[in-house]
Design a protein around this ligand. Structure first.
Ligand SMILES: Cc1cc2nc3c(=O)[nH]c(=O)nc-3n(C[C@H](O)[C@H](O)[C@H](O)COP(=O)(O)OP(=O)(O)OC[C@H]3O[C@@H](n4cnc5c(N)ncnc54)[C@H](O)[C@@H]3O)c2cc1C
Ligand SMILES: NC(=O)c1ccc[n+]([C@@H]2O[C@H](COP(=O)([O-])OP(=O)(O)OC[C@H]3O[C@@H](n4cnc5c(N)ncnc54)[C@H](O)[C@@H]3O)[C@@H](O)[C@H]2O)c1
Length: 481
C-alpha cells in the first residue's frame, strides 16, 4: 500500500478550506491546511463584511435624506469619507481578527503558510520547493476579480473589492463596471455616500435576476436613484486626473456617445476561480472549458478521483454559506475515502443587499423555463403594500413560482422591501416542501411586509386554479394590506 505524508491536504484556508479542515481533522491527525496568502477569508477581509459595512453607512445617510418624507427636517447629511472608511476598516479588522484567532487555535503542525500546486495526482509542491504527498486533496482556493477588455491598463485608477475597503477616503467620483451583485451593492453605496457614480452593465443584467418582470422593475427603481446603463458599449482611457469613460447604448447602433471623467473605475465584472495556478494539467483531473475541475456538487468529488472541490474555486454557488457546506462535505469525504457520501444540499437562497434588496429563492425563473416545468406565477407589487408605505420603504415586486397540480412552491424572485427576510421565509418553507395552500394557512401579523407575501401567495393560488381571485383591496387584515 502506498504511504503518503498526509491523509488530507487542503489548499486554501478561506471559509471552505477551514470547514474542510475541521471536518477532516475529526477523522485524522495527518491533515494540513495550506495557504500562503493573507489569512482572514475573502468574506471577512474583502467581501461580505466590509461591503455590508459600507452599505450600512450609505443607508444611514439615505435615511437622513429620507426623513423629509415624514415631516422630519434635517440638514443634508455631511459625509465624512475618511470617517466612513475608518469604521469600515476597524469593524472589518475585528471580523478578520476572529478568523485569525480560529486559525491560531488549530494545531501549528497542521498549518502550512505557503501556496501549493500539483506535481502529479497525489504530489503537491510548495512555494519553497518542498514536496508533500497526500492520499486525498481538497481544492478550496477561492476566486479573484475578473479584469478584462477595456478595464485593463487603467493602472492605479482601477479598483476592485480587493483594495476598495482600504481606501483612506471616498473618491469624488467613480464609474462602476458590472451591474451584477457586487456592482449593484457597491455602486449604490458609493452613490449614497455622495460619490458621483455611474453604473455600466452588460446584457441588461440587474444582479442575479432572471425573471424579466422583476428585472425591469428593479432596473427602473435603481435608475430613479442613480445613473445606470444596463447594456452599455464603453471605451475607457486614462487622463492625468482620472479615467475618461465614453459610452453608448449597446442595444442601438445609432445611439449617441456620451463622455464623462471619473476619479476612478471600480470593476465588479465577475470573478475567476483560482485554479489556473494549480498546474492541474499535471494531473488526470477532468476540467471544463474554463479549466475548472468537473465535480459532483453533492459529494464535491472530482470524478472518481481522490480530489474534492469546495467554495468559490468550484464556481458553482459562490456564496458564503455554500462555501462552508461544501468545505464540510469535501473535508469529511476526503478523510473517509474510499467512501464519498453524497449529501443533500440546502434550498438555493441568495440575497443582494441593495435597496431595494434582491432575493433569489429556489429554482430561478430561467431554470424553470429552460427545464420546461409546468408552473404558475403569482406576484405582489409592494408599491401600495400597507407596511411598506407606512415605513416609506423602496417599492418592489415579488413573483412566486408554483408547480401546477401539486401547488408546491418551486422558487421566487424578488426586488423589494425586506427581501432578506421574505427570502428566508420562502426558502425555509420550500425546504419543507410546502405548498401555496399550506403557506396561506400560516399566521400573518398585521401590519407587516409579510402580508405582501400573502397577497403573492393568494395570486399564485388563483393562477394555479386552486382558489378564486383575491379581492382587489383585501379587508380581512385591515386597511392597506
Ligand atoms: C465584495 C464581495 C461581497 C460578498 N458578499 C457576500 C455576501 O454578502 N453574502 C454571501 O453569502 N457571500 C458573499 N460573497 C461571496 C463570499 O465571500 C464567497 O463565496 C466566500 O468567501 C468564498 O469562500 P472560499 O473559502 O471559497 O474562498 P476564500 O475565502 O477566498 O479562500 C480561498 C483561500 O485560498 C487561498 N489560496 C489561493 N490559491 C492558493 C494556493 N495555490 N494554495 C494554497 N492556498 C491558496 C487564498 O489565499 C485564500 O485564503 C461576497 C464576495 C465578494 C467578493
Ligand atoms: N450579497 C451577496 O451574497 C454577494 C455580494 C457580492 C458578491 N457575491 C458573490 O460574488 C460573486 C461575484 O459577484 P460579481 O458582481 O463580481 O459577479 P456577477 O457575475 O454577479 O456580475 C458580474 C456582471 O458584470 C458584467 N460584466 C462583465 N464584464 C463587463 C464589462 N466589461 N462591462 C460591464 N459589465 C460587465 C456581467 O455581465 C455581469 O452582469 C457573485 O456571483 C456572488 O456569488 C455575493
Amino acid at each position: 500500500m502506498t504511504s503518503y505524508d498526509l491523509d488530507v491536504a487542503i489548499l486554501g484556508a478561506g471559509t471552505a478550506g477551514m470547514a474542510a479542515y475541521r471536518a477532516a481533522a475529526e477523522h485524522t491527525d495527518k491533515v494540513a491546511l495550506i495557504d500562503g496568502g493573507p489569512l482572514g477569508t475573502t468574506c471577512a477581509r474583502v467581501g461580505c463584511m466590509p461591503s455590508k459595512l459600507l452599505i450600512a453607512a450609505a443607508n444611514r445617510a439615505e435615511a437622513v435624506r429620507d426623513a423629509d418624507k415624514f415631516g422630519v427636517h434635517t440638514d443634508t447629511p455631511r459625509i465624512d469619507g475618511a470617517a466612513v472608511m475608518q469604521r469600515v476598516r476597524e469593524e472589518r479588522d475585528r471580523f478578520v481578527g476572529f478568523v485569525i484567532d480560529a486559525i491560531d487555535g488549530f494545531p501549528e503542525r497542521h498549518i502550512i503558510r505557503e501556496n501549493a500546486r500539483f506535481v502529479d495526482d497525489h504530489t503537491l509542491e510548495l512555494e519553497s520547493g518542498r514536496r508533500l504527498t497526500a492520499r486525498a486533496i481538497v481544492i478550496a482556493t477561492g476566486s479573484r476579480p475578473n479584469i478584462a477588455g477595456p478595464l485593463e491598463g487603467l493602472g492605479d485608477r482601477l479598483h476592485t473589492n480587493q483594495d476598495l475597503f482600504d481606501w483612506p477616503d471616498l473618491p469624488a467620483s467613480a464609474a462602476v463596471f458590472g451591474a451584477g451583485i457586487i456592482g449593484l451593492e457597491l455602486g449604490q453605496a458609493l452613490h449614497r455616500l455622495g460619490v458621483r457614480t455611474r453604473l455600466f452593465g452588460r446584457d441588461h443584467a440587474v444582479g442575479p435576476l432572471t425573471d424579466d418582470e422583476v428585472r425591469r422593475y428593479a432596473a427602473r427603481t435603481f435608475e430613479r436613484e442613480f445613473p445606470a446603463h444596463w447594456h452599455a458599449d464603453s471605451e475607457l482611457s486614462r487622463t492625468d486626473t482620472g479615467v475618461r469613460v465614453k459610452w453608448s447604448d449597446a442595444s442601438d447602433e445609432d445611439a449617441p456617445w456620451h463622455e464623462e471623467e471619473f476619479d476612478c473605475v471600480v470593476a465588479a465584472t465577475g470573478r475567476v476561480p483560482n485554479v489556473d495556478g494549480l498546474n492541474l494539467g499535471a494531473t488526470s483531473l477532468p476540467c471544463d472549458d474554463m479549466g475548472v475541475p468537473v465535480f459532483d456538487p453533492l459529494s464535491m468529488r472530482i470524478g472518481r478521483s481522490h480530489v474534492f472541490m469546495a467554495g468559490d474555486a468550484g464556481n458553482d454557488a459562490p456564496l458564503l454559506h455554500e462555501a462552508s457546506d461544501e468545505g464540510r462535505i469535501a473535508g469529511e469525504n476526503a478523510a473517509l475515502l474510499p467512501e464519498a457520501y453524497r449529501k443533500s444540499r440546502r434550498t438555493p437562497l441568495s440575497i443582494v443587499f441593495s435597496d431595494p434588496q434582491i432575493a433569489m429563492i429556489g429554482a430561478t425563473h430561467a431554470e424553470l423555463t429552460e427545464a420546461g416545468t409546468n408552473f404558475a406565477v403569482g406576484s405582489v407589487d409592494f408599491e401600495d403594500q400597507g407596511r411598506a408605505r407606512v415605513m416609506a420603504l423602496a417599492p418592489g415586486l415579488l413573483r412566486i413560482y408554483a408547480e401546477r397540480d401539486s401547488g408546491r412552491v418551486l422558487g421566487a424572485e424578488m426586488a423589494g422591501p425586506e427581501a432578506e427576510h421574505i427570502g428566508h421565509l420562502l426558502a425555509w418553507s420550500m425546504a419543507e416542501g410546502a405548498t401555496v395552500d399550506q403557506l396561506l394557512s400560516r399566521p400573518f401579523y398585521h401590519p407587516t411586509v409579510e402580508e405582501g407575501l400573502r397577497t403573492a401567495l393568494r395570486k399564485t393560488s388563483e393562477a394555479l386554479g386552486m382558489a378564486p381571485a383575491p379581492p382587489l383591496r383585501s379587508i380581512d387584515c385591515g386597511p392597506g394590506c
